[in-house]
Design a protein around this ligand. Structure first.
Ligand code: HEM
Ligand code: HEM
Length: 184
């Protein structure tokens, strides 16, 4: 539920990200970065990080139905359809009044979950007897993992840009769970 409290300078602080989602986010970020830097050098660590990402993906699917308001997938379709116009309007600095993920963030959520699934599934396939050394499995794993990292770069850029436009620290919000809503 939304929990509002008066804040400084005409802003209201609202509870957005629940604790499990915040823990999920930072665990995912750390594990994906660990998986990114460990292939060939620390294979065991790489595999453990990759399998842990599979577990986190499963959790996020469950949390999309069982989590609190802004973690749920209920309005995913509406926000995805709003994404092209939202991204177009960003050039004029318009970020709308979204409390949870904005439409561009929603596209990022879906794209990251999808590519992480491809990356981890093909990674897990690579270490099976049937698919060991199969070129398309290896290539798909490498390309999907590269694509994940490109998206992560865009994701961090998006978080910084939208945060600047909204004059608030969205990164801190992913730690505290609270965002500022300006009473314009
Ligand atoms: C491998 C690295 C990362 C991955 C895979 C990732 C993934 C995601 C995903 C999937 C979401 C959507 C949350 C949801 O489930 O509803 C999200 C949100 C968010 N992420 Fe990340 N993230 C990563 C790194 C980072 C980093 C380094 C930062 C900080 C600079 C960051 C800041 C945020 C913020 C602030 C949000 C909320 C956006 C908003 O307020 O609209 N993420 N991230
Ligand atoms: C988010 C998860 C993951 C990321 C980002 C990731 C990323 C990568 C990258 C960048 C490579 C190097 C590809 C190349 O240039 O040839 C690689 C290789 C590999 N990955 Fe993953 N991976 C992930 C998950 C997994 C999982 C779950 C497994 C299996 C348990 C796995 C098994 C492998 C294997 C066997 C290789 C070949 C590595 C080698 O040369 O020793 N990966 N991975």
């Amino acid at each position: 539920m939304t929990e509002a409290a008066p804040g400084a300078r005409g802003a209201t602080s609202v509870q957005v990200w629940d604790l499990p989602l915040r823990l999920w986010h930072w665990a995912l970020a750390i594990l994906v970065l660990v998986a990114w830097v460990t292939p060939s050098t620390y294979d065991r660590v790489h595999r453990v990080a990759g399998y842990s990402v599979i577990a986190l993906l499963a959790f996020r699917l469950i949390w999309g139905f069982a989590g609190t308001r802004y973690a749920r997938f209920g309005r995913l379709g509406v926000r995805l359809r709003a994404a092209p116009r939202y991204i177009w309007n960003l050039r004029r600095g318009i970020t709308g009044r979204y409390i949870g993920l904005n439409p561009a963030g929603t596209v990022m959520l879906v794209a990251l979950l999808f590519l992480l699934a491809i990356s981890t599934i093909t990674g897990a396939m690579e270490v099976t007897v049937t698919f060991f050394g199969v070129w398309w499995v290896e290539d798909t794993h490498a390309y999907a993992s590269d694509a994940v990292m490109v998206l992560v770069g865009l994701h961090v850029l998006g978080v910084v840009v939208v945060g600047l436009l909204q004059r608030q620290n969205l990164v801190r919000a992913m730690f505290t769970g609270r965002k500022q809503l300006r009473n314009r």
